[in-house]
Design a protein around this ligand. Structure first.
Ligand code: AMP
Ligand code: MG
Length: 363
């Protein structure tokens, strides 16, 4: 990958004064914040950036939601296989890696600890620098990288997070977020509780979308926007109450349709306000729910109305993955951000806006 934004980022990095050798830099990133155990390896060599590999294994519960203990047991079993696959596909030995990046949060405690334990061990055993990565920031930066963006309005929607952010003074500032559950959690919990899931997504289509195809009518459901924040829990409760009384597939379909439309419209409203106020001309949708075609269409139309260009993230990089941790790790490492293994604690509630992003502009 050799594009203008990457090169300007790299030039910015090259001019940093942290004594990191940037002529050839290989970073291995580990992701384990929730249902995915991922290992990605990225490399910069003579000014060319490459994602060498993005291997992952995703935990799908047989029934119910993601239980942190079950997901973490899955990670313990999968980790050696995923790590081995990543290294052999990339043709890289651990001893050749320049640094190890680890997503320390936000996420589920037991899952985070599996990745953190492995990363701390590898960093200690191979004497490699360890780089702490905020999972939300990694979702944003991979989206910017793949779309060649400099300063987008960010809409980050996933299984654990829902927020709107802009970059300002070397940090991402949150200009709208959910006050309770995430958008992904809303869709997943509804699908599960009415017996449509798991699996939640089949051939790239969420079960709520599949069910919405059966519906015809729009039903009024709670639409809760507070200031520029969102609340989905009342919507979930009301939709479930109606679904339990549904007498036909068509009725359930109308509830799925209305749930999706209400939730997505709420997100479009806060995104639109943020876009107009922040005067951005790029909009980036990232996180697992970015795979949703209906949400893409709605946000794209909104962006167009305001003369902004809309960008999304390809499926393999939209959901949780190791390559995004490696890329964000590389950015941090080039700016001297490292952590001692014995101080690399996991942070289940590590907010995006608490983390410095030294490669971002001053203003
Ligand atoms: P992440 O936590 O970033 O890996 O994202 C996982 C979330 O993305 C889960 O809530 C999934 O149900 C959701 N998701 C994945 N694909 C889709 C899709 N096509 N439509 C809606 N949600 C999706
Ligand atoms: Mg995520």
């Amino acid at each position: 990958m050799e594009n203008a934004a990457t090169l300007s980022l790299l030039e910015n990095i090259v001019s940093s004064t942290h004594g990191v050798d940037l002529s050839k830099l290989t970073v291995l990133g580990i992701e384990s914040t929730s249902h995915t155990f991922g290992v990605g390896i990225v490399r910069v060599s003579s000014g060319v950036f490459e994602i060498l590999v993005n291997e992952f294994s995703r935990y799908v519960p047989e029934k119910g939601g993601i239980h942190p203990r079950d997901a973490s047991n899955y990670h313990v079993e999968e980790a050696p296989k995923v790590l081995h696959r990543a290294l052999s596909k990339a043709g890289v030995k651990l001893s050749e890696v320049s640094a190890i990046a680890i997503a320390l949060g936000p996420g589920l405690g037991p899952c985070l600890r599996v990745g953190a334990t492995i990363a701390r061990f590898l960093a200690s055993y191979y004497s490699k620098p360890l780089i702490p990565v905020n999972h939300a920031m990694a979702h944003i930066e991979i989206g910017k990288l793949l779309n060649n963006l400099k300063d987008p309005l960010v809409i980050y929607v996933s299984g654990g997070n829902t927020l709107i952010a802009i970059q300002r003074k070397k940090r991402y500032r949150i200009v709208g977020e959910t006050l309770d559950i995430s958008l992904g959690n809303l869709l997943d919990t509804f699908a599960r509780e009415v017996g449509l899931a798991p699996p939640y997504v089949v051939n790239g289509v969420h079960q709520v979308d599949a069910c919405a195809n059966w519906g015809e009518d729009f039903i009024d459901l709670p639409y809760t926007v507070k200031g520029n924040d969102l609340s989905f829990s009342g919507l979930l409760t009301a939709a479930l109450k109606k679904a339990r009384k549904a007498k036909s597939r068509k009725e359930l379909g109308s509830i799925c349709l209305s749930l999706r439309e209400t939730a997505f419209n709420m997100l479009v409203e806060v995104s639109e306000r943020a876009l107009v106020l922040a005067e951005k001309n790029e909009v980036l949708l990232t996180g697992g729910v970015a795979a949703n075609q209906f949400l893409n269409d709605k946000l794209k139309s909104m962006a167009l109305i305001h003369g902004a260009k809309f960008y999304t993230v390809p499926a393999d990089y939209a959901g949780d993955n190791g390559a995004m941790i490696a890329w964000n790790g590389l950015l941090h490492y080039a700016h001297g951000v490292v952590v001692k293994p014995e101080e690399a604690f996991v942070r289940q509630r590590w907010r995006l806006d608490e983390v410095d992003a030294p490669w971002l502009p001053e203003d």
